[in-house]
Design a binder for this molecule. Structure first.
Ligand code: AMP
Length: 421
């Protein structure tokens, strides 16, 4: 209830998605199913809430999402549950729980649905938001990285977004690779601790890579001359990264290598990427993803390779406006009932048409015949099927082509054939 008690409003940071935007959301979900199914990804649904541990371990206790943004609550049995803030950890949890990784590899899955984070709401940033994502689990080689990235890029393009792809490799946790780099970064940051924004200083200990994500001007200045991971990759990680780039070039996916795209947790490995789009102001990231070869182990399973992305549906809708794909109500025939006696056969005809796959609408507001004809025009129907006393007596209807203005009487059984022709 609002403060003066006058009416209910959706909670802060949530929004109702109303027609016609809701049609555009549906169209995006359809596009996702088409795009990903054509690359052998199958849909998965995981619960809207999980044991809090899944995210504490699967997103990382030092991440901002886990630290500050989770909707966590005890259930009546005293268990700590959390509304999912992202979908990768739940998908990997489900793969391990159901032993999907013991079957044919890679396990390829896609999801679409709401996620929850208690962030400060602003344009393009909500507390309930929608993500579409894919996860490919069990394949360590670079071809799957290129496949996942190409699919994300093509999906965004087909959705009407002109994505800018930023690509990086964050190596793997070994002394001659990311751990060595981390030490070089920590040394660099410690020497400049006073120049960092106060809120970022703690990151040197907890999560130095994440310092690259800071929005603070002071910190960004320091980071602009920081050592870069790309200069510290081991030969294997370097070769993997080069192969991914080569494969993307071979299919014409444009990208920029950006060594500042990072994932600050140990189980993230190698490929990391981000898609941005214009017209979104400060919230210009439409998606991100990367390889997470250590995630399954963090969730108590064995070591299994994995890579995926999550795209922000709300931001895609914002970026594309009315230009993205859409659907709509599909009314082809408006059945006009001329007189009270015609209401029953008109209803029957509408139901028959719908059952046969032809979109049909009828009047529910007791309109007169003239008003029904007007409503038929508004509905977007191409045909009006007029059921009146004369027609009824003869087992016929009058079929009017609303675009061309011509009409004729035909037997009622011939409506479907005429409309389809
Ligand atoms: P992340 O899971 O943080 O890597 O985010 C992936 C994508 O989800 C981002 O690029 C955004 O497009 C979208 N996203 C993340 N958080 C929000 C939010 N609070 N509101 C709307 N979209 C979001």
């Amino acid at each position: 209830m609002s403060e003066d008690g006058s009416s209910f409003r959706a909670p802060k940071g949530t929004r109702d998605i109303l027609p016609p935007e809701s049609w555009r959301l549906e169209a995006l979900y359809d596009l996702a199913a088409d795009t990903f199914a054509a690359a052998a990804y199958a849909p998965i649904e995981t619960p809207m809430f999980e044991h809090t541990e899944v995210f504490a371990r699967g997103v990382g206790e030092t991440s901002e999402v886990v630290n500050k943004q989770m909707y966590t609550f005890p259930d009546k049995g005293g268990r700590s549950l959390t509304l999912r803030p992202e979908n990768t950890a739940p998908v990997v949890r489900a793969v391990l729980e159901h032993n999907l990784h013991r079957g044919a590899l890679p396990v390829k899955l896609y999801y679409a649905g709401p996620q929850f984070r208690q962030e400060r709401p602003q344009k393009g940033r909500y507390r309930e938001f929608f993500q579409i994502g894919i996860e490919a689990i069990g394949a360590p080689g670079p071809t799957i990285d290129a496949e996942v990235i190409e699919l994300g890029h093509r999906f965004l393009r087909d959705a009407g977004v002109e994505p800018h792809l930023k690509l990086n490799s964050i190596g793997h946790p070994a002394d001659d690779c990311r751990l060595g780099y981390n030490r070089a970064l920590v040394d660099y940051l410690q020497a400049r601790v006073d120049d960092l924004a106060p809120g970022d200083r703690g990151r040197i200990e907890t999560n130095p890579l994440r310092t690259f994500d800071s929005k603070e001007g002071r910190t960004r200045e320091v980071m602009s001359t920081a050592p870069l991971i790309t200069e510290h990759l081991c030969p294997d990680c370097k070769a993997h990264f080069e192969r991914v780039q080569d494969l993307l070039r071979s299919v014409g996916v444009p990208f920029d290598v950006d060594p500042r795209i990072v994932r600050g947790l140990d189980y993230y490995t190698r490929t990391a990427f981000e898609f941005t789009a214009g017209g979104l102001g400060s919230q210009d990231a439409v998606g991100g993803g990367g390889r997470y070869d250590g995630l399954a182990e963090s969730l108590g399973g064995e070591q299994i390779a994995g890579i995926g992305f999550a795209l922000g549906v709300d931001r895609i809708l914002l970026a594309t406006g009315d230009n993205g794909p859409s659907r709509g109500s599909r009314v082809e025939v408006y059945v006009v009932a001329a007189g009270e006696d015609a209401a029953r056969p008109a209803f029957a005809l509408a139901c028959r048409l719908r059952a046969g796959g032809i979109g049909a609408e009828i009047d529910h507001m007791a309109r007169g015949m003239k008003a029904q004809m007007k409503d038929a025009d508004r509905s977007g129907a191409r045909w009006a099927a007029i059921v009146g006393p004369d027609e009824l007596a003869a087992g016929e209807i009058t079929l009017k082509n609303l675009r061309e203005g011509v009409q004729e009487r035909i037997p009622i059984d011939e409506v479907e054939g005429r409309v389809r022709s």
